[in-house]
Design a protein around this ligand. Sequence first.
Ligand code: ASP
Ligand code: MG
Length: 412
Amino acid sequence: MSTLVMKFGGTSVATLDRIRRAAKRVGREVANGHDVIVIVSAMSGKTNELVRWVEETSPLFDAREYDAVVSSGENITAGLMALTLQEMAVPARSWQGLQVPLLTTSGHGAARIEEIPTANIRAKFDEGMRVAVVAGFQGVSPEGRITTLGRGGSDTSAVAFAAAFGAERCDIYTDVDGVYTTDPRIEAKARKLDKIAYEEMLELASLGAKVLQTRSVELAMRYKVRLRVLSSFEEFSENAGTLVCGEEEIMEQNVVAGITYERAEAKMTLISVADRPGIAAAIFGPLSEAGVNVDMIVQNISEEGRTDMTFSCPVEQVARAERAMEAAKESGDINYHDILADTEVAKISVVGIGMRSHAGVAAKMFKVLSDEGVNIKVITTSEIKISVLIDRKYMELAVQALHDAFELEKVA
Ligand code: ASP
Ligand code: MG
């Protein structure tokens, strides 16, 4: 019998009524002949509430107890979903992470999955269970303590189960009906993509299209799990949502698949640092230790042995970055004349595997921005992505102009 994994996010299980709606979809797949593994998130808002309770009780909390508390939201939805299915006469039962067991590292709060032994669940399928409802987001450490996989982690649970059980597909039910060419709140002509390649989805996920946890996409790509993102609020249809799959499954597609943005970026520049071997390590080592997520980096051409170093990071990390640089200066590891922070910038990226075989995407992007009078402050490129930093006030304009210029509203 073929196995299907169906994951329901927080908004899809937010009330008993929604759990019933979700259960009906599960029932339909069972009737189609699948054994189903359902992965559930906590009811929406629940995990945030649990995190607040932990922080209020103990500001410097023991991470093991944090996991014990915040993992509990999923236990509730798993039990309720199993009960709902039983009421519909579908043989189902709930599974907590440690009953599976879903084995993880001991990195509490952001543990990584090591292995999912399938024997326990398979034995129950053999006895007639048709649906295993698994609490997402949680596992068990080698020490036997409860762990969680980081916020948004039930996406990763779902993909890991699909890989372990060789599932035909992993359906991620959420509150959006798929992956779009860009944010429809910014560009009304944004179009839902029928298919997107793993590599593209990985870029979009890490660039801020918050549909899927980035790690879940990495895992799907590694194990070739076909992932479908779809809404649990729309009427069901066979081709609903967006399929995230290998590029060989995608026949025709635009050179650019999508445009993403990060609104709250900052551009920082260290003025006049010594241009010597080891300087980049001396700057970016301490930044990384301070937990600053550096993204783009530009080093100027040097004059008389000195150069400027520019990097981008999230706005809320500017103070932390400044402190790390001041500390490095005081300890004599680096020297600079000044440190500048421009906190009014945004990052825009165009993403598409078609860029590998089509030249001119970058040139076109720059021309479009120049025609709109938008100044580009920093540029970085990879094989399938071009990112620019621009003034934040032009962000919407830039997204719209690029969406038009690359004709993303049209199907290739
Ligand atoms: N409930 C967890 C969270 O809110 C995990 C998840 O929903 O994916 O982060
Ligand atoms: Mg989520």
